[in-house]
Design a protein around this ligand. Structure first.
Ligand code: NAG
Ligand code: NAG
Ligand code: NAG
Ligand code: NAG
Ligand code: ZN
Length: 375
């Protein structure tokens, strides 16, 4: 009898586990590149950019980034290193006093859901700069954000410091992210944010040709630190906003936060309350710039090679680029965000949402749910 009830218990446990897994959503269908690794370079992506028109800035080494070594002189206007701004193109602030662009990076993630609930209840729209790898994992969260009218922007596939990547790698990071966003919500963004704010004229040139305006920030919460740094106090995030809203005579702000880590993400409602109570209007960055179309009308992204089927397309993606995965920066000059890899290499039991898989899972769950009644 004990054996039978143990089995029953196990079945119940398993079926609840499976149901929870299913309800957290399905991965985006298709054979996508490995998550959180530099995606494969495709000739059809590379040829979208006339590289002869891209600045010939040296590629930084990862160790230079880590020790904060910057190009000197700053010939190619490296924002992360020197805060150099190309006034014609770089977007650092909202132009109008009283506007506030709330930007949330590195999602979509399970933390995004509560933020979307809050924003929906308040009827507030913000900007999400999303990581391609997270879009593969959480397409339904991205779809909800998009349908609610939030601005979706590109934030690369694997979150490298872009100035450490070759032109071809930079293009690949951007195009694969555009591709996966298009597969999830049907549009390709026209705004992007470089991880760590790490960009120079070379990255500017590539982004411009691919149809992206680069958005950074004037107000950084450093909230990413809360994930690993025990000395970081979450109350600093509110503290920072409380100070920023009092600064007079500034143009509108663009602030940087993240919707990847629990503690930091949970601060988003309270800081938005601080901003709105101080009389600012929270807007997506595109809107504060006077542009309500956040997407490219004529996306240049080719369809991924036969993405939903067969081993042939899988082979196309095993052709990995030569770079090592860039380490995150430790330079105080380089605005730094979390690398999402620790999060994404979760042991979660990924359930792909193609029809055959769903069919199989329903049989398995059905069997598990009904078997115990016969024991
Ligand atoms: C951008 O404008 C600021 C302020 O007007 C100026 O100090 C800066 O030198 C300009 N940047 C470039 C690269 O021209
Ligand atoms: C703002 O954040 C920084 C860390 O990024 C922190 O050192 C500082 O104390 C915060 N300011 C307030 C008023 O909380
Ligand atoms: C998209 O691009 C094609 C080819 O370049 C062009 O013929 C078409 O008019 C464009 N459509 C839009 C909506 O811009
Ligand atoms: C995709 O499939 C079509 C028809 O099966 C084939 O002609 C084409 O070469 C394939 N493309 C790639 C990139 O594998
Ligand atoms: Zn980031």
């Amino acid at each position: 009898m004990n054996f039978i009830s143990d089995i029953k218990f196990l079945f119940k446990f398993l079926s609840i586990y499976l149901l929870i897994q299913l309800s957290t959503g399905a991965m985006l269908p298709g054979n996508w590149p490995t998550l959180d690794e530099p995606p494969p370079i495709l000739a059809e992506y590379t040829k979208l950019v006339d590289l002869s028109k891209v600045a010939n800035a040296a590629i930084r080494t990862i160790s230079d980034v880590n020790i904060g070594k910057c190009p000197n002189p700053d010939e190619y206007c490296h924002w992360g290193c020197t805060q150099c701004v190309r006034n014609q193109t770089d977007i650092i602030t909202c132009p109008n006093v009283g506007d506030w662009g709330i930007t949330l990076d590195d999602g979509p993630s399970p933390q995004t859901t509560a933020i979307l609930d809050f924003l929906e209840a308040q009827n507030i729209k913000v900007t999400f700069f999303v990581v391609g790898s997270r879009v593969v994992e959480y397409p339904e969260i991205l779809q909800r954000a998009y349908k609610l009218g939030h601005q979706i922007g590109v934030h690369t596939w694997s979150h490298p410091s872009l100035t450490t990547q070759t032109n071809e790698q930079v293009i690949s990071e951007l195009q694969w992210t555009a591709e996966v966003i298009k597969a999830a919500i049907g549009v390709v963004p026209s705004y992007m944010r470089p991880p760590y704010g790490d960009f120079d004229d070379r990255i500017r040139g590539i982004c411009e040709q691919l149809g992206y305006k680069i958005v950074t920030w004037d107000s950084d919460t450093n909230d990413w630190r809360s994930n690993t740094d025990k000395t970081f106090k979450l109350s600093w995030i509110e503290g920072n906003f409380t100070e920023w809203v009092k600064q007079p005579g500034k143009p509108g702000h663009i602030s940087l936060e993240h919707d990847l880590y629990k503690g930091a993400a949970a601060q988003v409602p309270s800081v938005i309350n601080i901003v709105t109570k101080a009389g600012y209007k929270v807007k997506p960055v595109g809107t504060c710039l006077g542009n309500d179309n956040f997407y490219q009308s004529n996306a240049t992204t080719p369809v991924p090679p036969n993405s939903t089927a067969s081993t042939t397309s899988l082979l196309a993606y095993t052709n990995t680029p030569t770079s090592s995965t860039p380490a995150s920066s430790t330079t105080p000059n380089t605005p730094k965000n979390p690398t999402p890899s620790s999060h994404s290499k979760s042991t979660s039991f990924a359930i792909k949402s193609n029809n055959f898989d769903n069919f199989l899972w329903s049989i398995i769950i059905g069997a598990i749910l009904f078997t115990p009644t016969f024991l």
